[in-house]
Design a binder for this molecule. Sequence first.
Ligand code: NOJ
Length: 615
Amino acid sequence: MKKLTMDSRIRDLYATDTGHDILAKLCMQAGISTKWIDNPVIRNLKLKALQKPLHKVLDPGFFTALLQLINEHTEQRLPEKKDITHTWWKEAVFYQIYPRTFNHGTIQGISEKLDYLKSLGVDAVWLSPVYDSPMDDNGYDIRDYRKIAEQFGTMEDFDALLNGIHAHGMKLIMDLVVNHTSDEHRFFQEAMKDKHSPYHDYYYLVPDKAHTNNWSSFFSGSAWSQYDNGEYGLHLFARKQVDLNWDNPSLRHDVSDMVSWWLDKGVDGFRLDVINYISKDSGLPDGDESIGKLIGYQGIEHYYYGPHLHEYLHELHESAFARHNAFSVGECPGAGMAMASSLTDERRKELDMIFSFDHLETPGHVRFEDYQYDLNFLRDYLIDWQMHYGSACWMSLFYNNHDNPRMVSKIDPSGQYRREICCLLALMQLSLKGTPFIYQGDEMGLGNVPFGGIDELQDIESLNYYREHVGKGEKESQVWQTVLAGTRDHARVPLPWNETEAQYGQKIDPMVTRVYRQWTGLRHRHKCLVYGTFEVLSKKKNRFVYRREDENESWIIDCNLSVHETEPWHVSDAYELVYPETVRGSALGAYGVRAWYQNKGSAIMENKDTEKERK
Ligand code: NOJ
């Protein structure tokens, strides 16, 4: 592909992965449609024509960084594929377990709940890290990849869990944290002991501060710290999470060996932690300051889509995943749809799916901010991905994980409509195209926790954030409100299985659990909900009505995205109501949903299914 320069035009930029995603994000943040890019005048503008009008927001370094990023990726987009390939992981409902707080904080505790998971309709479990770790970042700082952390149990407990999961007809995917290791990992310890050790080059170690750069850590402060041997090392996260140098072939070989070791044991795949960060621009150049200000972290443009990302992922796929036909889902912060499709197009053999996070905050807002989330934005995001991600790729559907406050509380901080919103979110998640990932507690209707003060928090990110901002002289009460809005601890408190475990008044809402059960069941029995076409019937303000359809059946899902009652969608008599089980009054209430089903008369699908569900 021809290299882009400042003489290139907007249309050339938009035709590249990175250019497409960045322009789409800028439009989203500015609240304008990407359709303006189709305007011939805009399409033909040269990049240098943008420099002047934008100079107040973006310095010239922005354009240099942008062009470098784009020119690093020369892969051609593959032509659109006609049919969707059918596989188990597209049909599966995943459930994420955060082991510290799922059940007694142990692996045995997880084994005790396998019947529950099965009855919820879970097909595959994603287990957050259970490896040996000093737990600086709750296990995302691994000391030994082949050992289980004592607090969670033993390798025998793990084997029993894996067998139990398989005996229940479910699958298990582990968390693969290989952007960094703990500084207590043997590799780093060896690197500290001897600068000539082969492990020294497994990390980004430089002799002194003068050799570091201006990148920031996601957990506050600089991404560089001084370690025991006097050298400085790069850590995009906490000081004890030192970044691995993936340009070193022996490191890549060791990672692949370790992955194969777990796959040989029988695990079915991995969720790959911040996997798009593994390839960094060579020489680790300084980050552009205007990009840093825009995004809040400096240096990102040099690693969120690094020059060898595709190559390293393909290599790992071929050397480990492919031999076991194992599943992979990559956590990819910052990835937009175009980058995502390059990473997950099945013909490229890199990743099966990714988690993109663009839907977790409404444009103009960040996680550490007290604001109300607008469901109209979620609808538009979902429509965009449902319609444009293509048949060679498959999206993940989720609202929560261990890194975010509960979405339901962002939508309705009062908690008044918690049940309605949880059911609405569940219905969309289980009736759209993509693989649903339920986060522990979603099915219980859990919301945020009314923490009383910083002493009640445990998460390193929140504690560092608080310290840094108070340290800068900001008012403590204001910093606390911000931390309270964004802390990951909301999703990390123990599940309220019973009264004694119920902290901060959190309780299970059995109605929400029932809805999850009903819809996982429907999804399993009606492949139309998995592979059927998607069509928007209405996207008026506060409304989302869509149809899923195949040759056998048709579903209409009618969602009210606001507190205001509204007229339900008019559905023909050929459809029967599946949800809710009973309808009171004719209006669609606050955050209400109606789901309609039509059997087109195929012999394979029987009406019985829906009838059974309604009972
Ligand atoms: C993403 C994980 O989900 C998060 O919990 C962790 O803190 C960072 N990666 C660093 O591993």
